[in-house]
Ligand binder design. Structure first.
Ligand code: PRX
Length: 667
């Protein structure tokens, strides 16, 4: 029999449950709004939510969350100083909100459906079971010395024990730092050190697309340079043994020895819930910090209203838990709402390109939430892979992470959704904690324009800035996308670097939260995201700083300097293109060196960051003050050499011609 936890030791007796048992109350559309004067439509509710944000969020916080003691101040924020506080004075526990309160009303409801790599081998975990796993793990963490305020690093693929690990941290008041299990040992070790974790939780091996990955071995390598790590908790995803040392803890065996009840810590609203590293414009990833009440509330309400989630629905977010999408919409949002959520371990094309839709049919998924890159990939395989399966359970289709082109949107809407399901193109970021702009909620039949995120969520007031930092007030405008007032789900700081937080998000347009994205506001006032305005690129929906890749390429002894840019890529959205200048004395075969550099980036960062193309050049185009002109390089790669833009600051225009010629010759 398959197991909730890995291996074959724990929770064998738990497989007596009822799928999707009803009986939990179904709330009408935002019942709190009954107390809001003059609010009779959803657009009026949006208007109310931004003009009366205290009343709005206080009502939701009281209604949607269970508090140990009530908050006394709804918010105390000053964006220009990077000070963001919500629901101060309140105490609560996030794991109680995600588990205990549902166990009280519907203990046998399925909380998690673990869609394992092999189709048809899914494992269902009820709220009662998940609470017990969480408690045992919470007690184990406490026994191994984890205290309130510590940070535990989790390096696991999506699975019930990963969710239990996140919730166990929340239960005992520790923060978690989930690192995507595709990151290399170097990236992992950097994140463990920065987060000052003394405990790392992992699995013996990962299984994805029919292949095994040696996650425990990667952790072993990573912790060699992390002297603070006292223990590595290892759970068994496969039956294959791994070498264990004194430092390692057999997690499932030790969990069995622990009590199944664990006292939840009373947390202040603004205590840290988790940090999550993401890329910025510099080489160093930043650990964005999210706190308890505001984050959870925002994840819960966006989950319910953007997707139209109702009690009894099965929510299928296929993002990995290592990204913010996995945090907010595979874990916290659905669980706070007492929902049933899918944890997807596989890939869209394993064992064949029908995987998603076969899963939709088998699990009767009602809301499907994925990335445009996967839609573009599947579209190429043809409609038959979709049409083979019954998708009548689907009610809403969502996308996230990158712009969705019209062709992919239409295919998703027509072929996958049979023109029945609204497609919600959701715009948000690790920093925003939850969805900020999306076509829904809106009046039930309100139009949705392909490829447009459209409407701000409740409490979100987007503005566009012109190049001089003035707010653009008219429609049909393009500008830098900012958000004019704080909302509960936004990140509070960058771990150990509040100055960087203020510089990056709060000071570019003082008083506004600056997103780093550009956007267009249509004549009708709808928003469309046009892409990053900084040196961050988006490869298959994964964010990576060009500087991070350059740092690695520059570590190669043959390379003098490099410049990395993104370019349009059919499937990935953006591909990675690297220019490298070799040291004078180097006589290397370019093909060999190119492979070496690609491998180096995979090994030092992650596979997705590895350059698709490397062009060796004599020199890079620079300004007279010595800055590399990446904007020009990007145009060259995209073949747009007639629109190179303002070249008045270029130090030596001949360099640009050299690069264009060598690009045309080779690519
Ligand atoms: O550029 C935007 C793009 O992804 C960035 C955020 O990346 P990350 O923090 O990794 O979070 C991804 C998942 C929320 C944004 O700054 N992005 C996200 N959603 C969209 C998008 N670009 C266009 N359309 C979207 N719907």
């Amino acid at each position: 029999m398959s197991l909730i936890s890995f291996g074959s030791r724990v929770f064998r007796s738990y497989y007596l449950h009822v799928l999707g048992r009803r009986g939990c109350s179904t709330a009408a559309f935002m019942p709190e709004s009954a107390g809001f004067d003059g609010v009779s439509s959803r657009s009026a509710l949006h208007e109310f939510s931004v003009s009366n944000s205290e009343t709005f969020w206080a009502a939701l916080a009281r209604h949607r969350l269970s508090w140990m003691s009530p908050f006394h101040t709804v918010h105390d924020c000053d964006l220009s100083r990077g000070r963001i506080r919500w629901f101060e004075g309140g105490k609560l526990n996030v794991s109680v909100n995600c588990l205990d309160r549902h166990v009280q009303t519907c203990p046998e409801k399925v909380a998690l459906i673990w869609e394992k790599d092999e189709p048809g081998s899914e494992v269902k975990v009820t709220y009662r079971q998940l609470l017990e796993m969480t408690c045992r793990l919470g007690n184990l963490l406490r026994r191994r010395g984890v205290k309130k305020g510590d940070c535990v690093t989790i390096y696991m693929p999506p699975c019930p024990l990963a969710v239990a690990s996140m919730l166990a941290c929340a239960r005992i008041g520790a923060a978690h730092n989930v690192v995507f299990a595709g990151f290399s040992a170097d990236s992992l070790s950097e994140r463990i050190r920065d987060a000052q974790s003394s405990i790392v939780i992992t699995v013996n091996q990962g299984v994805r697309g029919g292949k095994l990955t040696q996650l425990k071995k990667t952790v072993d390598t990573a912790v060699q340079s992390c002297p603070n790590v006292r223990h590595v908790f290892v759970s068994m995803r496969t039956e294959n043994p791994v070498a264990m040392t004194e430092r390692d803890v057999d997690m499932e065996e030790e969990m069995l020895k622990e009590d199944a009840v664990c006292e939840p810590a009373a947390m202040d609203s603004e205590d840290v819930l988790f940090m999550l590293y993401t890329s910025g414009s510099t080489g160093k990833p930043k650990g964005l910090v999210h706190t308890q009440a505001g984050y959870l509330l925002y994840a819960a309400v966006t989950h319910r209203y953007v997707f139209g989630y109702s009690d009894g629905d099965v929510f299928g977010c296929v993002a990995d838990i290592g990204w913010i999408t996995g945090h907010s919409y595979a874990v916290y949002g659905p669980l706070a709402n007492g929902g049933t959520t899918v944890l997807f371990e596989s890939t869209p094309i394993y064992p064949d390109p029908g995987r998603y839709w076969e899963m939709v049919q088998r699990l009767k998924i009602n809301q499907f939430y994925g990335a445009p890159t996967a839609i573009r990939l599947l579209l190429k395989y043809g409609d038959q892979w979709v049409q083979k399966y019954d998708r009548s359970s689907l009610k809403t289709l969502g996308t996230v992470g990158e712009p969705i082109n019209t062709e992919a949107w239409q295919w998703y809407y027509s072929v996958v959704g049979g023109e029945r399901c609204p497609v919600v193109d959701t715009w948000w970021q690790t920093e925003t904690g939850g969805i900020c702009i999306a076509p829904r909620p809106s009046e039930p039949d309100a139009e949705i324009i392909p490829g447009m995120a459209m409407r701000p969520f409740f409490g979100i007031k987007p503005v566009l800035m012109d190049s001089k930092g003035k707010v653009l007030t008219s429609n049909d405008a393009n500008g830098a996308l900012c958000i004019a007032q704080p909302w509960p789900g936004m990140a509070r700081t960058i771990h150990n670097d509040h100055e960087r937080f203020k510089d990056t998000y709060c000071q570019q347009y003082p008083g506004y939260f600056s997103t780093g994205d550009g956007a267009h506001r249509s004549k009708d006032g709808y928003y469309q995201i046009t892409g990053r305005l900084d040196d961050v690129i988006n490869v298959s929906g994964h964010r990576i700083g060009t500087a991070e890749i350059e740092d690695v390429v520059n570590q190669c002894p043959e390379v003098a300097e490099s410049a990395v840019v993104g370019y349009s890529h059919d499937i990935k959205g953006e591909g990675v293109y690297a220019f490298a200048v070799l040291k004078k004395s180097v006589e290397a075969e370019e093909g060999v060196l190119s492979k070496q550099l690609k491998d180096l980036v995979s090994q030092k960062i992650a596979k997705y960051a590895s350059p698709d193309c490397i062009q060796f050049v004599e020199r890079l185009p620079k300004t007279r003050s010595g800055k590399i002109m990446r904007r020009v390089l990007r145009k060259i790669v995209e073949g747009d050499t007639s629109g190179l833009g303002d070249l008045s600051t270029v130090d030596d225009p001949a360099v640009i011609q050299e690069i264009i010629q060598s690009h045309d010759k080779h690519f």
